[in-house]
Design a protein around this ligand. Structure first.
Ligand code: CS2
Length: 489
């Protein structure tokens, strides 16, 4: 039997303790992925359970995730979140989703209508970096992106997320309704600013009056989000079925116990009292975002590329190698921490807590998963810090090895000569650059031509090019495992 509002569940499973009819879809969320389910939805659930909140969700997926939306609709919009660590798994059923739509199944009209409801105050986003159609190196709209080109020509038939949000804003403006706030929950620095850039810049290309209205009325709060949520596998679902006493839930997700959310308090049309569920509401999120992106995500990407090459399938496998632990800690504290603006936080303690989270063997967080979309991730996770070191004249050998690890990874063959399945929006361009360059320093120079990743400055900086080339040659000569162990020797 599949989960439904009539399911009789084991007593240890927490369930909605409020009348679900009371909950309204005041937030429309784009991107019904694992991260949304395990993070934002859990905060709203706690507020509904403990603080009488009526803030619920309409969730929308645009391109992927058809089956997930169908599953959710089949099971009264309920799904399970399980927290897992060495003490076991703890499950909770989430009830704050009140409507679920898929753009390609339910159609654009239904989606825009949901976004144009008067009660909607917030559009929140987990669409991953590539969903913003921006240039990671500059934070500006990628106007040559095919979906953006399409949305400039056909504003009323949007294909991109920025285009969809603008079409909904257009409808609200025409109806004399207030705007909504647009809240990015993706791992980009100043993610509110990036969102503002792409939406404002697309609006200017579509309609000057709409652009002026958006500039005046739409708030783009930035957020820092944190919870490790590995991709759901058949094994995860089986485990959750056991936890639910034999009830299946294909929309379930499992994650680590830790969660954090820092939000810029800028919601002109109102917001849930997230602080009552443990979120931090602040006036400037950027220092927190930078800290998390560079220390957590930066070390994650380092471990993902080098760990994958060294034959480690999961982050927790990397943590069994003392040299990888040392390198990750060095990366965090010696090469990322000095670049940060955040004040009054104990970064050594933060680094220790990250290592402890990475050691969680229940997570099975694949290095391959984190290695995805490197062209969208490297700038904020590694390259910004490298620029800082170049300006200071300080050492960045660990970061250089991370960049070289990415280059070796996108070369497409692992150290045993097996094919690596590269998942990246620039996959074809990467394959061209790799295919048309010789292995060695020439490969490094070829990949550095990716201006949306490296900008114009880094490829021209001799110190940078030399450091990455040296690290790359070390990877070729010694392999990732030895290169990491010799890094700090
Ligand atoms: C990871 C993140 O896949 C990745 O790139 O680094 O998803 C990471 O697990 C989360 O940001 C943790 O909050």
């Amino acid at each position: 039997m599949t989960l439904s509002s009539n399911s009789v569940l084991p007593a240890v499973i927490a369930q909605p303790g409020y009348a679900r009819e009371r909950i309204k879809p005041r937030v429309v969320h784009l991107g019904f992925g694992a991260f949304f389910r395990a993070h934002q939805a859990v905060y709203a659930e706690q507020l509904a359970n403990e603080h009488d909140s009526d803030w619920g969700y309409c969730v929308i997926s645009m391109h992927n995730g058809r089956q997930k939306i169908a599953d959710l609709q089949q099971q009264d919009l309920l799904f399970t979140v399980a927290e897992m660590d060495s003490d076991g798994w703890r499950g909770q059923v989430i009830g704050v989703v009140r409507q679920a739509l898929h753009l390609q199944v339910d159609g654009l009209e239904a989606v825009l209508e949901a976004m144009a409801q008067p009660e909607v105050a917030i559009i929140s986003l987990t669409i991953s970096e590539k969903g913003y159609c921006y240039q990671p190196a500059s934070g500006q709209l990628l106007s040559e992106h095919p979906e953006i080109q399409h949305d400039i020509a056909h504003p009323l038939q949007p294909q991109s997320a920025p285009g969809l949000i603008l079409a909904a804003l257009r409808r609200r403006r025409e109806r004399g309704l207030p705007a909504f706030a647009v809240m990015s929950c993706d791992n980009m620095p100043a993610n509110g600013q990036v969102t503002r850039n792409v939406i404002n810049q697309l609006a200017q290309r579509q309609d000057a009056e709409l652009a002026a209205w958006v500039a005046q009325h739409v708030a783009f709060p930035s957020t820092m989000v944190d919870r490790i949520v590995p991709a759901v596998t058949a094994e995860t679902l089986q485990h959750i079925e056991d936890l639910l006493g034999g009830i299946t839930d294909p929309a379930a997700v499992a994650c680590e116990p830790f969660r954090q959310w820092v939000i810029e308090d800028n919601f002109p049309q109102g917001r849930p009292a997230w602080e009552k569920a443990g979120a931090e509401l602040v006036s400037d999120v950027v220092p927190y975002e930078e800290m998390k992106l560079r220390m957590l995500n930066g070390s994650h990407s380092f471990l993902a590329y080098l760990g994958y090459l060294a034959g480690y399938a999961h982050i927790s496998d990397c943590m069994q190698d003392e040299f990888f632990v040392k390198a990750a800690r060095h990366l965090m504290l010696a090469e990322q921490a000095p670049t940060l603006q955040v004040q009054g936080l104990d970064l050594a303690q933060y680094a220790d807590s990250l290592i402890a989270r990475y050691r969680n063997t229940a997570l099975k967080h694949r290095t391959w998963q984190i290695a995805m979309d490197g062209t969208q991730k490297l700038p904020q996770r590694m390259l910004d810090s490298i620029r800082w070191h170049l300006a200071q004249g300080s050492d960045f050998s660990c970061l250089a090895l991370g960049v070289a690890g990415w280059m070796r990874y996108v070369g497409g063959k692992d150290e045993l000569g097996q094919t690596i399945e590269i998942s990246d929006p620039l996959r074809e361009r990467l394959a061209d650059l790799v295919g048309n360059s010789h292995e060695g320093p020439e490969r490094v120079l070829a990949l550095l031509q990716l201006e949306t990743v490296f900008g114009r400055d880094l490829p021209m900086n001799k110190t940078f090019v030399d450091a990455v080339t040296r690290a790359y040659l070390a990877l070729l000569a010694q392999g990732a495992k030895t290169a990491v162990s010799e890094l700090l020797a």
